[in-house]
Design a protein around this ligand. Structure first.
Ligand code: ADP
Length: 466
């Protein structure tokens, strides 16, 4: 039985939760689960721990964060195996996620926001101090349970906040192991990790003693979080859905970019907020790209993440599996499926990588976030037109532009209205670069200087000089 961390103690909680392995569709582990009183204890513990933690210097907190990094690294293989069990991703990618999480704690441990003298005049001196906010609720989804949690924790703790973390109920175990590691390192209450049955997120994000919510998840749930947070005017960081366009320019070599586009669309079985979700090819290269992507889809090894040959694992949970299958059925009626288009003939939540062409722009697969290995490929005739279509979305998370003439590709990138655009690459995320969405893809940024600022309040001390 995996346990939660509340007020420095590993506890079973008032209830329990079975966790399903998406490869089999069967429960394989059980963990403790919180009811409302457990949540209240976790928030109270974080509140009590806040003054002491906030009073430490950045260097003192860095010692704890580095110890956490070491602790996670020591149990890295165990955590990676469990991440593959609960999430479904190939083990190599789970190991990479563990490594990135360790790196996140190390990176944020080295940050420091020193007070800044902003005015120094004969009669006045004004200093900005950067203060932690208080209790932070960190609510995370099931696609990258570990790295998304780690980036939030590392930044929140480094800046002097205390945390109540709540992973998604279908992938709680890797987060609980982080809690286990933290139990032996952090002062009681500084980090609490609780599990729910998708029933406590609202209570946590409305709790009067929670000062900030940092949330990664769907746009629909993000709106609910924003609503709950309004009750006490909480600070909010929302990293939500995307419907990222990949635009191929007319000078691309299709055979060269097709594997990169395929990976951008199907990495983590397409369950990535900034996956390539709509592919736009110039009409002259449309057939060639569709064929190349179909070949890649047909030859991709889909299977159990523990099998070293596997490139693409299952969809993480039944609900998402049903949603992706529904989008495939909708696309079958109005477009042409040139690869995949079916579930695999085995237990678990496996979907054959799917390529769909000839869809109208108003198809659900083009308009909605599919969050699965299903790639709509669309043709365009000129740049103005494709930019208009790419930008005609309520989402604005990221996107990619692919072209041999880099200057021209950058010009196109500059006109895409999203938080990030990658040129001739994808998924290059760094702790020192801000990431986040415009429009309904989110509010605020994670990582980079902007990301750190989201966890502090500016406290101005303005002094009259004699
Ligand atoms: P998805 O739609 O991708 O399955 P969600 O965005 O619903 O994921 O979930 C992301 C996280 O938000 C999960 O930890 C989930 O339990 C949590 N959550 C769900 N409903 C709420 C809510 N009303 N308020 C806050 N968090 C919620």
């Amino acid at each position: 039985m995996y346990q939660m961390l509340i007020d420095g103690e590993l506890v079973d909680g008032s209830a329990s939760l079975d966790v399903v392995n998406p490869v089999t569709g069967q429960a394989f582990a059980t963990c403790g689960r919180a009811e409302e009183d457990d949540l209240q204890r976790a928030v109270a513990a974080a509140r009590n721990a806040f003054p002491g933690w906030a009073a430490l210097s950045w260097t003192e907190r860095a010692v704890y964060l580095n110890a956490l990094a070491d602790g996670i690294e020591e149990r890295g293989e165990e955590i990676a195996q469990l991440l593959t069990d609960e999430q479904g991703k190939p083990l190599g990618q789970a190991r990479f996620e563990v490594g990135a999480s360790v790196a996140a704690f190390r990176y944020f441990s080295a940050q420091e926001m020193l007070p800044r003298v902003v005015v120094d005049e004969p009669t006045s001196r004004v200093i900005e101090h950067y203060r932690p906010i208080g209790v932070v609720a960190a609510i995370t989804p099931w696609n990258f349970p570990l790295i998304l949690l780690s980036v939030k924790l590392a930044a929140a703790l480094a800046t002097g906040n205390t945390v109540v973390a709540k992973p998604a109920p279908t992938t709680p175990l890797s987060s609980l192991l982080v809690g286990e590691v933290a139990a032996a390192i952090l002062p009681a209450g500084v980090l609490n990790v609780i599990v729910d049955a998708n029933d406590l997120g609202g209570l946590l994000s409305a709790h009067p003693d929670v000062a900030k919510v940092t949330f990664t998840g769907s746009t629909a749930t993000g709106k609910k979080v924003m609503q709950s947070a309004a009750s006490s005017l909480k600070r909010l960081t929302l990293e939500l859905g995307g419907n990222d366009a990949a635009i191929l320019l007319d000078d691309v070599d299709v055979d060269e970019v097709a594997p990169q586009i395929f990976n951008a669309a199907t990495f983590n079985a397409g369950q990535v907020c900034m996956a390539a979700k709509r592919i736009y090819a110039p009409r002259a290269k449309y057939d060639a790209l569709c064929d190349a992507l179909a070949n890649l889809a047909n030859s991709a090894v889909v299977g159990d993440g523990h099998d070293p040959a596997t490139a693409i694992g299952p969809i993480q949970n039944q609900m998402q599996f049903d949603k992706v299958m529904d989008l495939i059925e909708d696309s079958r009626r109005i477009g042409t499926i040139v690869a995949g288009g079916r579930r695999l003939n085995r237990p678990g939540f496996f979907i054959a990588p799917t390529v769909v062409r000839d869809l109208p722009d108003d198809a659900r697969l083009v308009q909605e976030e599919q969050f699965g290995p299903v790639i709509p490929v669309l043709a365009y005739d000129d740049i103005e037109e494709v930019l208009e279509r790419a930008n005609d979305s309520e989402f604005g998370l990221a996107g990619t532009v692919w072209g041999k003439d880099v200057d021209r590709a950058v010009e196109v990138a500059m006109r895409i209205r999203t938080g990030t655009v990658w040129v001739n690459k994808h998924l290059d995320l760094r702790f020192d670069v801000a990431f986040g969405g415009v429009k309904q893809s989110g509010i605020g940024r994670e990582q980079g200087d902007d990301g750190l600022r989201e966890f502090v309040e500016t406290h101005v001390v303005s002094i009259a000089k004699a």
